[in-house]
Design a protein around this ligand. Sequence first.
Ligand SMILES: [Zn+2]
Length: 275
Amino acid sequence: MTAPLAARLLQAWALLAGASIGSFLNVVIARLPAGQSIVTPRSRCPRCGAPIAWYDNVPVLSWLLLRARCRACAGRISARYPLVELAGGAAALLALRRHGPTGAAAAELALVALLLALALVDLDTWLLPHALTGPLLAGALLLAPLGVTPAGALGPAAAGAAIGVAVLAAVALLGRLAFRREAMGFGDVWLLGGLGGWLGVKALLPVVLLASLQGALVGLLLAAAGRLPRHASTDGWVPPESAVPFGPFLVAGALEWLYLSGWLARLAPPLALFR
Ligand SMILES: [Zn+2]
């Protein structure tokens, strides 16, 4: 009976640890683009500035108990906060289930956490900060020789990083020449380099395909609904009329390939070539 109990305890711990990482990601997502410290000050209500007590800062539970309102000013707290915390908990549980309590599980959790932060910062600001893409790329190349990343070894990781950067850099430069304006931000270049480094060179094609298909689909749906988001990023760059940031779609494609490539390859056997 002790083995199942130990397994349950480990799962509960993973869920809590993952949710706490999600809580930290919320801080990173809110403060990093604004150039604020992610360590100090303690969490505050973005509306009234009141410090948030520890008992009002328990992942997911506090948001539910406070009914999505700040205790001090009753301002609404976005549902994104508990959702990011839930996503962190789910990523930790999945990593434990897929890899057991190993370095590979910790590496996968770190990857998913970085990707969640990148996707949400890009949605908010149209920027993919080097403070996030740098560790993504460095982590891929440092961890690959240990065999704990999907790339499996340094060779496929280095090739994935180099080709990911080269392909999107070429797209970005050609876009700039063809349209005389920025068609793709250089943040996407570093992001795809990082993804190639983590997932390995073979994953680049399916990831870019998944991202492009979903980006085009969402772009069409938003255009049809007449509500494309259009606001300047914090460095003053205004996105073209019919644009959605590409980063979140690259992240979605990478997560889909990370979690579902086995299932996709059973569905369409030629896809197994890219695993
Ligand atoms: Zn408040």
